[in-house]
Structures are given as C-alpha cells and as structure tokens.
Design a protein around this ligand. Structure first.
Ligand SMILES: Cc1cc2nc3c(=O)[nH]c(=O)nc-3n(C[C@H](O)[C@H](O)[C@H](O)COP(=O)(O)OP(=O)(O)OC[C@H]3O[C@@H](n4cnc5c(N)ncnc54)[C@H](O)[C@@H]3O)c2cc1C
Length: 668
C-alpha cells in the first residue's frame, strides 16, 4: 500500500518503508496503547478492500484506493467509512514515507524536498548543548519494581505542567513526602543525554520515534468517529516537553466569565502573582530576545507585510516563550519533537529537577514512579464523604497486576481527558452525580499554507514565533506554525498526486493557523475495563463562525503580503486551493466541520471548577480550592479544571493554577 503513495524515484524502497511501519505498530502494541487494535483493524479492512487485486500492480492499487476515497464502498462499507479508510491509509503512508530514516539517519524523502536536519545547518553544526539536570536513579522507580509499603503524604498523578508544579511546591515549600506517578517513561530531552538507567532520547529529528516515545498513543489519540486528533504528551514532563513553549496569560474576557458565571474568586491579582512566580521559574521572555540570529518562524515576515498593507501591524506580535536566552535558542524548528538542544524550559528541565534538589537538601521527599497508569482513586467513606487514601495503579505495559500506591492526599493532574476518566472510574465519586467528564473543551486549529514563488524555508526557525490578535476579540488568535516534513504532510490537503504536489512545495510555504477556543459541549467517557476513554466532540455554530472568521483573517493577511502568494491552501478535503479572487466566498461557504480539518493539542475542562457543586446537567466538579466536591483529601490541578476554554495557549495558566492549588492542597 505504501508503494501506491511513494514517489517512484525515492531511494527508499516500499519494503523498507513498510518495515518501518511494521516496527511502529509493534512498538505501539508493546507500549500498552489500546489504539493498536484500531490500527490493526483499519489495516485489515484496507487489506480486505484490496482483495482480488495484484498487489504488485501499483496502478491497480492506486485505482482501488481512489475509488474508496471517492466513497465507493466495497464489502458493504458506507461511503464515509470508505473515505475515512482511504484517508487513513494516505496519512499513514505519508508519515512513513517522510519519517523513515536511511543508514545515514536522514530521511531521503524529506531531503528530496530540500529539507536539511538541524545538525546539517551552519548553526546546528557548532551548537553546544548544556548538561541536562537529570533525575537520579535513587528517586526513580521503574514499572517493574514493586510498590513500596509506605504511606506518602501525597500522591500526585501526572507529571505535566500541572503535576510538576504541584510536586515542586509540596516538596519544596511544604516539606511533604510526595509520590509522583507518571504513565509515560523517563526519556531525557537533551541530545545525547543518557538517563540514570541508560534511557536515551531518539534522534532529535526522528519524527516517528518521537511520536512513539513522548506522545500519548504515539500521537494517534482521536475523538470518537475520527473527527479530530487530540495531541497530548505522555512522558515524564507531560505535554510541557512536546509543546511550543508559547505563553499567554488568561484573557480578561475569560477571567470575567470564570468569576461571574462560575464564582471563581482568584482570577485577579492572586492569579497574576502566580503567573509572575512561574515566569521566573521557567524563564518567560519575548521570542525575539531568546532566539539567536533572528531565527523566528520565517512565515512571520509574510504575515507582517500583509498586516502593514492592511494597516493592522499593531495586532501582530512576537510570542512570549519559556525558552532560555543563555545559551540562546537556535530556532531549529523541533519544538514538537522535543528540544534536543535543551533551550526550552519544560517542567522536566525546571520544576522536576528543582523538586529533586529540594528533596536532596532535606526539605521534603520525592519518589517518581514512571510507566504506570492510575486507574482510579482508592478511599473509604466516612461521615458522608469519600476520603482518598491512595491510587490503584497498573504498569502501562501490563506485565503486573494492579497495586495500591498509598497517600494521605491525592492530587489528580493527568491532564484534560485522563483526569476525568480516573475520577469517572472511581465508583463512589461517579455515583455522587457530579458532572465528571462534561464541559470538555479545547482550542482547535486549522493550518493555512500560503504558497510563494520564492523559497520560504518556514521549518528553519522557532515553530511558533508570532501571534496576531484582532483589536476586537473575535474568539481566535492566529499563530505561525511549521514542522519537519512528516508531521507537516498531515496538515496539507489533497488526495494522492494532488497531495504529493502540495508536499513537493514544502520549501515554499508560509504557514499560520487560527486557534479557536471551542464551546464546552463535548465530553469524555471512561472505559470501565482498562484505562482508556472515548472523547466525544460536539461543536456548535459559534465554533464554526469563529473558525471562518479566523481563516478569513489569515487569508487576508497572506493575500495582502508582499509579494503575494500564488495560492493559499486550507485543510479541506475538497476545494482546498484558494485564490485572491475566491477565498472570501469559499470560506464563507464552509457550513460544517466535515468540510475542514481541525486538530488540537490544547484539551481543557471535564472537571469543571465552580463555586457550587453541580449535577449531571451543570457545572461544578471541583471547588475553587481544587477539592473534588463531597470528598476529603482529593484534589485536581491541571487543564481539566478549566470551566471554559481559554482561546489562547494554556500551559502558563495550567502552571499558575497549579501554583495556587498547591497552597490549598497543603493546607487542606
Ligand atoms: C504538540 C503540543 C504543542 C503545544 N504547544 C503549546 C504552547 O506552545 N503553549 C501552551 O500554552 N500550550 C501548549 N500545548 C498545551 C500544553 O502543553 C498543555 O495544555 C499543558 O501541558 C497541559 O498540562 P496538564 O498538566 O493539564 O497535562 P499534561 O502536561 O498533558 O500532563 C498530564 C500527564 O499525566 C500523565 N497521565 C495521563 N494519564 C495518566 C494516568 N492514568 N496515570 C498516570 N499518569 C497519567 C500523562 O502521561 C502526562 O504526562 C501544547 C500541547 C501539545 C500536545
């Protein structure tokens, strides 16, 4: 099947690429992800659809796949199912074609586009990498080791932006004995750091291996019905390790909403003080100050010239980022592949080593359990309340039975999606009728590629470096964004030869995406058997209106740039190529989310924070002091507590909220 999509003159054979695919699926199965069953089923269905064909006949296979893509089902498939299958095959094939490395550890398909990996660029050849503050062997408990017979002061579930801040505060400021439980593995970020048990990160530009080692379900987390990818980190440090380091405070509109509609009392000066504390610890500064040699995303200069021509340049800014200025960021363009040069101040480089240092100096204690999933909270019922006394855990790779990790307090920071499912699986809490898993929301994006005659080389700079915010809030911001080729192919439109032609223009694109804060009608349903969950998305007209407005503004900026692009591509299955003459009409005619591809790395909500407990219909799972209603000793501190989406990148807010939560947890 790979051969049907593979450029015929590529130096890698279809067999070599196919083998990489097989290894990916084996690794996915070994990682304990339940997505592997869906992937295998999808591949089996595809295989069935190619029955009675000579598989060596490339044209015949291409023809059958194209029939499927046109909605002609075989074996009783419905047209939409046939189309989804064909599109899945294409996505998988392209990511494998552009992500497979050869003996020189480079991707021949990407090199053919003109792409060079960071070490082959002038500044990459001479770059120094600072020593990584690795966690020591003594505090790390790998998944095969037994759970100690010990009662910790607190068990924190999840080591991402929220959990890492809580962990540091409880150890450093409150002298507590903390167990940090993380589903992912400890994979150092620095290339070539080697962890205390020989853990090595993949090559910094190996896109497939990075997805496998640092992302939940290797990047294959999809909403039910395959409508949208939901990207989340799964490793020590969580999504903080794979994110773009872009930092925003909560917009005033959202602060007012949370205060008025949900009774959240701390959205003013208290929250700003927490932002300030975090900013010092993770070194937040303007992108222009931290990126050496001006290597911001090259797309920014096209957006700027468009903004100047339209007289709105005051709305375009460099982003604030948690990236060090000494040594300065190289702008290698690998943020989502994890910062191998150790410039990004993820929580794995800041909060967790600081917690470990404090523990070493005797302020508190820290034990880090990796590679184990929290299934549910254990506790007992007394005086009409559920009192948490630990967490039921199981190694992610499932070699061992469940065990109890005991703690006097439990903090759930498994991120939006998993935090709701851990609470849902805790029967006494679920039966209390709280609206767990409801009011799930996300910031979604849909990349816009502007195709210029000249080379833009948008990959050669900080992945997200600029944002555009209209003077009057229209519910979106626009951000520059670009990735190495395999990942970028996922965002380009077109079927087969059209997609290939679009990918071939890789060097010529400037790219930006409107980011829209969704409404809160979506929800998460935990599986009762196993540790997974389903994500249901339910979007409204308001969401589509904001997306249309965001796409329109992005196209306005690109089509007014100097020089203008020859065309602009949006992520639509049909009618994706826009010109200056037709883009307004085409975008205004988008009438459903089936007509445009969206994705998210910013899930939020599911455990709504509100001043009153809710029931299945309304808000309120968590009180403003971060306690789960009707419980003692059980707290939530991560993106899942957001009553609404922010509409801007959330991790600074997650960290600030976790800072506020820590004081309440220690005092409670
Ligand atoms: C590709 C990408 C780019 C992004 N870019 C930006 C950006 O530039 N700026 C920004 O503000 N935000 C960005 N984000 C979003 C931001 O990183 C997240 O909103 C933030 O990190 C969420 O913090 P959290 O603590 O809620 O969850 P996470 O950081 O996701 O941490 C949750 C942790 O819990 C672990 N876990 C999950 N389930 C279990 C379980 N059952 N048991 C034990 N552990 C579990 C996970 O493995 C994970 O480590 C990006 C996200 C992604 C994926």
């Amino acid at each position: 099947m790979v051969d049907a999509f593979r450029p015929p003159d590529l130096s890698l054979s279809a067999e070599q690429i196919g083998k990489r695919g097989e290894r990916f699926i084996e690794d996915l199965a070994a990682s304990g992800s339940d997505r592997v069953d869906q992937v295998r089923l999808t591949l089996a269905l595809l295989d069935g659809c190619l029955n009675f064909l000579d598989r060596t006949d490339r044209q015949a296979v291409r023809g059958r796949l194209t029939e499927l893509e046109k909605g002609k089902g075989v074996f009783g498939l419905l047209p939409q199912q046939a189309r989804d299958l064909a599109r899945f095959a294409q996505r998988l094939a392209f990511i494998l074609i552009y992500g497979t490395l050869d003996a020189s550890n480079r991707s021949p398909a990407s090199a053919a586009l003109g792409y060079d990996i960071a070490p082959d660029r002038e500044r990459g050849r001479t770059a120094t990498i600072p020593p990584e503050p690795l966690l020591s062997k003594e505090i790390l408990v790998p998944p095969d080791d037994p759970i100690p017979d010990h009662v910790f002061d607190a068990v924190v579930i999840g080591s991402g932006s929220g959990g890492a801040v809580v962990t540091r505060r409880l150890v450093e400021d409150h002298g507590m004995d903390v167990a940090l439980l993380e589903a992912g593995d400890y994979v150092p970020e620095g290339s070539p750091s080697i962890g205390p048990r020989g853990e090595r990160r993949p090559l910094a530009w190996d896109e497939i291996e990075t997805l496998m080692r640092y992302y939940k379900h290797a990047g294959l987390q999809l909403t039910l019905g395959h409508a949208m990818f939901v990207f989340q980190g799964q490793c020590l440090g969580g999504s903080s390790v794979v994110n773009n380091a872009v930092c925003f405070r909560m917009p005033d509109r959202v602060r007012a909403l949370w205060r008025q509609d949900f009774g959240v009392p701390w959205t003013g000066v208290e929250l700003d003080r927490a932002y300030d504390r975090i900013a010092k610890e993770v070194g937040i500064a303007g992108a222009e100050q931290v990126v050496a040699g001006g290597f911001l995303n090259p797309s920014g200069r096209f957006l700027r010239s468009g903004a100047v021509r339209l007289g709105v340049e005051q709305n375009l800014h460099p982003c604030d980022v948690n990236i060090s200025h000494d040594p300065a960021c190289l702008g290698c363009g690998y943020c989502n592949l994890v910062c191998g040069y150790l410039r990004k101040n993820s929580v794995l480089q800041t909060m967790l080593p600081a917690a470990a240092r404090s523990a070493r100096s005797g302020k508190g204690r820290l034990t880090v359990f990796t590679g184990r999933n929290a299934l549910c909270i254990s506790g007992e019922i007394g005086n009409g309340a559920f009192r948490a006394n630990g967490v039921v855990v199981r190694p992610r790779r499932k070699h061992h039975p469940e065990a109890l990790l005991r703690g006097r307090k439990v903090v759930v920071s498994a991120g939006a999606v998993a935090s709701s499912s851990v609470l849902e699986r805790t029967a006494p809490i679920n039966l209390s009728g709280l609206p767990i898993g409801k009011r799930f929301a996300f910031n979604f994006g849909s990349p816009v590629h502007a195709d210029y005659d000249q080379e833009v080389r948008a990959y050669d700079g900080l992945q997200i470096a600029h944002y555009y915010r209209p003077e009057t809030d229209q519910g979106f911001v626009i951000e520059t964004w670009f990735n190495p080729p395999a990942t970028q192919t996922l965002a380009l439109p077109g079927w087969m030869d059209d997609l290939q032609r679009n990918v071939d223009r890789y060097m010529h694109y400037a790219c930006a995406a409107p980011l829209v804060g969704s409404t809160s009608e979506s929800w998460v349903d935990a599986h009762w058997i196993g540790d997974g969950e389903d994500i249901h998305i339910e979007l409204q007209n308001a969401d589509l209106e904001r997306l249309r407005a965001g796409l329109l503004t992005t196209c306005d900026l690109f089509f007014n740039s100097d020089p203008p692009p020859r065309r602009v591509l949006i992520g639509a299955p049909d009618d994706w190529e826009l010109t200056a003459a037709n883009y307004r009409d085409r975008i205004s005619r988008l009438s459903s989310f089936d007509q445009i591809q969206i994705g998210t790395g910013h899930p939020q909500g599911g455990n709504c924070l509100a001043s009153k407990p809710g029931s299945s219909g309304g808000p309120g799972v968590i009180s403003p002091d971060f306690r789960v209603y009707g419980t003692r000793g059980l707290y939530v501190a991560d993106a899942s507590v957001f009553p609404t989406s922010l509409g801007v990148n959330p991790h600074w807010t997650v960290m600030a909220i976790a800072d506020l939560a820590s004081a309440a947890i220690a005092a409670g």
